[in-house]
Write a protein that binds this ligand. Structure first.
Ligand code: 6R9
Length: 714
């Protein structure tokens, strides 16, 4: 199949703010040439304590050869984000509108919250924070499941000018301790635990460990831990093995229940007006040297950008019900579960559970239950779910999904097979798919489709690649499925995002020498000017901020991703060009995992490469060199796997750990990961290896591949 174009259907166009590509192009031009006017129109919808002053909204320097890099937007303005998300909407008559439908892990647990009620609870909790001594600029760490208190806590911080740093609740206590210390968090807000599917996670226990580790290893003391009593109010997903209260410790001096924080607090809390460039939150993301980077987002620019992208990219209208499946611990959860929908007075679904519980149709039944109009998820979820529905004789039927209009994808490239399945089976060939490329650092979508305007391309070259049968065993999410299903295997190259720049964003493609590639071509994706929602710095590490993003090509923000521009001007993201992996949409650095493996006293060296995976997109393939005379065995593999789970989190667990007698290195000692990637997939066409210090090691590594990593036959 050639790269067929799919045009937006009337179903989408008739509601769209941008019903044609011409309209997009006009607005895009204007966003660059009359940038200030463009953002003034967005700003007019919001309530300012001190309004932005015309004349130089955006001040910046992207060129490290000319001085420090900085970005300032609407610098002298003052506002409060929480006031704009809640009070403003209540004043505009949306007090009784539902802000969130909350759907628990068990279908029996659900609730809803209006804008007015959300405002009341946020004010009460904000007053509780003030009563406990939290003030403007203080850092509050959040380690929570997908419950409304996570949103309430983030907004309460914004209300009083405190800076939240949410840590994904899949991270281990070591990872949490490092982030608590780096952010100098005074307070940690968590829940006792939560059920995800049939498993219970005891977050309070992880928090206890993390607080202890922060104290002993990093000499950082967290003053207080606030705990939502969540487990007692929900239906268990499985059987409880012990009394809930026996699962974690309680320290009378530092621990306090969430409901006790609220007790006696008023539901009126005047907002703290903050400067446009005051920090709103810090969110950690993986860095290629291992140590996580504390990405700092500020107030006015982030809010304007989140609000505008949400409106146009999801084409949100007043009666729509929007659902983003991302966890609040990631940037997608920040921008497109919390800030952007509320800025648009939207009604959203917030879901605590997993796509497979109690049955594999959970996502579709939630869409049906709430009549969801916009659905935003990750390719890894689509691939995992499509496997269940591709069964020829399948008795799995979809509920009615006709409420849907826009389908979003985020986190990694969506391969054409998954795109087509999403388009036909979920969207019934009448919804638009928006493939949104962006990063923790960009704050919001930067390269994306627009539902009514941009024709869609699911990718080219499907025909060249084999379609074969594979056992569900390799990727089944839970017990009970023994069917054989059809998986379409596609090589990396075709896994590409396609899209256009969002308003205010000016992408360029540069070659290795920093020369711009105009017209069709492939190279580094960079941005030539800032947009309001981009990060401002790395927490207490401006040097690293400049080194990582601005030193390779002075004058440009460098994304670390590759891009190709096709004949029609579509941009196709080709994936990371640095040493990063993307497992199920979770970005992590090879160096981070290598560091953990090498921390085992038996390991002398480790190298980690991504290996394509049917569901996760990429999986971790680890090469481990042992110290002289030591034995490589199954026990070691087990210990190392456990170590990665402990130090980073379960989502980072390696799929393969291979014994390596040595690593393919250049004479200058640089590991040639290109070759390791070939070995990981069993591809003997390794290309030129003449620059290797010891070319013989390549053959040895092929011979050492563990049995399960050998190519599948039949
Ligand atoms: C939002 C988010 C960022 C990295 C990014 C890129 C990859 C994200 C993508 C995509 C292809 C898409 N990525 N969206 N690649 N198509 N639609 O995921 O942020 O966790 O910081 O990851 O994810 O490689 O550089 P983050």
């Amino acid at each position: 199949m050639s790269s067929r174009m799919y045009k937006p259907t009337d179903h989408v166009i008739k509601k769209s703010y941008l019903p044609s590509i011409q309209k997009y192009k006009e607005m895009y031009e204007r966003s660059l040439t009359e940038s200030e006017l463009f953002w003034t129109e967005v700003a007019q919808e919001f309530q300012w304590h001190v309004a932005p002053k015309p004349g130089g909204f955006m001040k910046y320097n992207f060129d490290i050869t000319k001085g420090r890099v900085f970005v300032k937007f609407m610098e002298e303005a003052e506002l409060n984000v929480c006031y704009n998300l809640l009070d403003r909407n209540v004043k505009n008559g949306f007090g009784d509108k539902i802000a969130f439908f909350w759907e628990g892990n068990s279908p029996d647990d659900y609730t809803r919250i209006t804008y007015r009620k959300l405002l009341d609870l946020v004010c009460q909790f904000a007053n509780g924070l003030l009563a406990k001594g939290i003030r403007k600029g203080d850092r509050v760490a959040v380690y929570m499941p997908m419950i409304l208190e996570a949103v309430i806590c983030m907004l309460a911080c914004a209300r009083i000018g405190a800076v939240h740093t949410v840590v994904f609740a899949g991270f281990s206590s070591d990872a949490l301790a490092e982030r608590l210390s780096d952010a100098k968090a005074k307070l940690l807000v968590t829940a006792d635990g939560a059920w995800r599917g049939e498993r219970m996670y005891v977050y309070k226990r992880t928090c206890d460990d993390a607080i202890e580790k922060a104290r002993t290893f990093f000499k950082h003391r967290v003053d207080m831990c606030m705990v939502v009593n969540h487990l007692d109010r929900v239906t268990p997903g499985g059987s409880l093995k012990s009394e809930i209260k026996d699962l974690y410790n309680w320290n009378e001096e530092t621990d306090i229940w969430w409901h006790e924080v609220l007790e006696g607090e008023s539901n009126i809390c005047p907002p703290e007006w903050v400067a446009a460039e005051d920090p709103l939150f810090v969110l950690y993301t993986s860095g290629s040297t291992g140590k996580p980077k504390g990405v700092v987002h500020t107030t006015a620019g982030y809010l304007m950008y989140a609000a505008a992208t949400f409106r146009y990219v999801f084409d949100y209208h007043r009666r729509d019900v929007y659902w983003c499946t991302a966890d609040v611990g990631w940037i997608t959860g920040h921008t497109y579960v919390v800030y952007a929908p509320l800025a648009n007075a939207a009604t959203s679904v917030m879901f605590e559970g997993t796509p497979y519980f109690p049955k594999v149709d959970r996502y579709w039944s939630i869409i049906n239950k709430y009549k969801v109009t916009q659905f935003y998820t990750a390719p890894t979820a689509i691939r995992a779910l499509m496997a269940h529905y591709n069964v020829e004789d399948g008795n799995l039927t979809m509920p009615d999904l006709s409420s849907l209009r826009v389908l979003g994808s985020v986190g990694e490239p969506i391969n054409p097979a998954a795109w087509l399945w999403y388009y036909t089976r979920i969207g019934k060939e009448r919804c638009s798919i928006v493939d949104t490329f962006w990063q923790t650092e960009t704050g919001g979508h930067v390269i994306t489709g627009l539902p009514g305007a941009t024709p869609m391309k699911p990718g080219a070259a499907e025909k060249k690649h084999p379609v074969y049968y594979s056992s569900m065993d390799t990727f089944r999410p839970k017990q009970g499925w023994d069917r054989t299903v059809m998986i379409v295997h596609l090589p990396n190259k075709s896994n590409r995002t396609r899209g256009f720049p969002f308003f205010g964003v000016e992408p360029k493609i540069l070659n290795e020498d920093g020369v711009e590639i105009e017209g069709p071509g492939e190279g580094y994706l960079v941005f030539a000017r800032p947009w309001p929602g981009m990060m401002r710095t790395l927490l207490e590490d401006q040097d690293r901020f400049e080194r990582v993003y601005f030193s390779k090509f002075p004058g440009y923000y460098c994304t670390g991703d590759g891009v190709r521009r096709d004949e029609d001007g579509y941009l196709w993201i080709t994936g990371r060009i640095d040493d990063m992996l993307n497992v199920s949409g979770h970005l992590m650095s090879t160096a981070e995992v290598e560091g953990v493996l090498a921390s085992d006293p038996r390991v002398s060296e480790a190298a980690v490469v991504p290996k394509p995976h049917e569901v996760k997109g990429e999986a971790l393939y680890c090469f481990v060199v042992l110290k002289e005379g030591l034995q490589f065995d199954a026990d070691l593999v087990k210990t190392l796997t456990l170590l990665v789970r402990q130090k980073i989190g379960a989502f980072a667990a390696p799929d393969t750990i291979q014994n390596a007698p040595g690593l393919p290195k250049t004479r200058s000692g640089k590991i040639m990961r290109r070759i390791l990637r070939k070995i990981a997939v069993g591809d003997h066409e390794v290309g030129d290896i003449s620059t290797l210090a010891d070319p013989g090691v390549v053959e040895e590594l092929f011979n050492n591949r563990p049995a399960e990593a050998k190519p599948k036959t039949g």
